[in-house]
Design a binder for this molecule. Structure first.
Ligand code: SF4
Length: 294
């Protein structure tokens, strides 16, 4: 019998749940509702909202009027300004408060008398929308470092203020901080959010005790990708978006499967995966019984 164990806290975090609630509430009463880029990093949930009427646009120039919901990861300062300039646009801010806190830290560092001449290092993914927005708050004083390898070759004569993308792993953040602190005077601002940390810890613990881990979430979701990286250090792990990605042969000769999901993965996708894994387990069981009878 295939046993399924679901990690504590798998799925929606506070910030994502809040953004989805804001979007659904707005759709109830308003038309012409837009987001700039996907509201969260889960293609299936974004599609579900699009069916209800939200339009996901890439550029602010395409919006003449209506309601623009700012996504959980936030948007760059210049885009915010452009939206503000158009009086026919109503801005509805669903930026996660923890992302906002990181933005405030960067903003203060770049304007504070004692720190404005130091470099602001953001530990994160260069192309991630949250990081792109964070950099915009740094008054051209930011540099993004993704890996310890990059930290080792980083050269800057100034003092460093180090801030994290909210969904970094503690391990990567600590490694980079330690390397940079060898040759620079550093001040460290850990802005990794607790939801991220909890998910990572529960997923790692679960991965240690199962034969196979399934990490469910958008391939474009940074926090889901990092969960998969953490779990794959402990056991065989697959990062899937939906139950359609499951393959029966993954489950042969195993007895326990762990499930976890990124902070932007809705419950209905997790449930679908659970149901499908159960079905696969039952069909393999029948197969085993048939073989045993031969
Ligand atoms: S993972 Fe953390 S920072 Fe990101 S949306 Fe969720 S609560 Fe906010």
């Amino acid at each position: 019998m295939l046993k399924i164990k679901v990690a504590k806290n798998a799925g929606f975090c506070f910030g994502v749940r809040r953004a989805i609630e804001i979007a659904e509430e707005t759709l109830k009463y308003k038309s012409k509702v837009y987001t700039l880029g996907p509201i969260i990093h889960n293609p299936q949930e974004v599609k579900r909202l699009e069916k209800q009427g939200i339009k996901t646009l890439k550029s602010v120039s395409r919006i003449k009027d209506g309601h623009v919901i700012l996504r959980t990861h936030g948007i760059p300062l210049d885009v915010h300004k452009k939206l503000n300039e158009n009086r026919n646009i109503n801005i509805i801010d669903s930026t996660c408060p923890f992302v906002k806190r990181a933005q405030d830290v960067v903003k203060k560092l770049s304007s504070n008398k004692t720190t404005k001449d130091s470099s602001i290092v953001i530990v994160g993914e260069k192309v991630h929308p949250e990081v792109v927005a964070l950099v915009s708050y740094g008054n051209k004083n930011c540099v993004v470092i993704e890996t310890p390898k990059e930290a080792r070759t980083f050269k800057d004569n100034r003092d460093l203020s180090i801030v994290s993308q909210t969904t970094q792993t503690y391990e990567n953040f600590d490694n980079i901080v330690n390397i940079l602190s060898e040759n620079h005077k550093t001040s460290v601002y850990n802005t990794i959010c607790r939801a991220t940390l909890n998910r990572q810890q529960f997923a790692e613990k679960l991965a240690c005790g199962v034969d196979l881990m399934l990490v469910i979430g958008g391939k474009n979701s940074g926090n889901t990708t990092r969960l998969a990286q953490i779990c794959s250090c402990k056991t065989r792990t697959y990062h899937i978006e939906t139950f359609r990605n499951l393959r029966e042969n993954w489950f042969k000769n195993i007895s326990t499967v762990g499930l976890t999901a990124g902070a932007s993965t809705p419950d209905w996708i997790i449930k679908d995966v659970e149901i499908k894994v159960n079905k696969i387990g039952n069909s393999l069981n029948k197969l085993r019984r048939v073989n045993a009878r031969k």
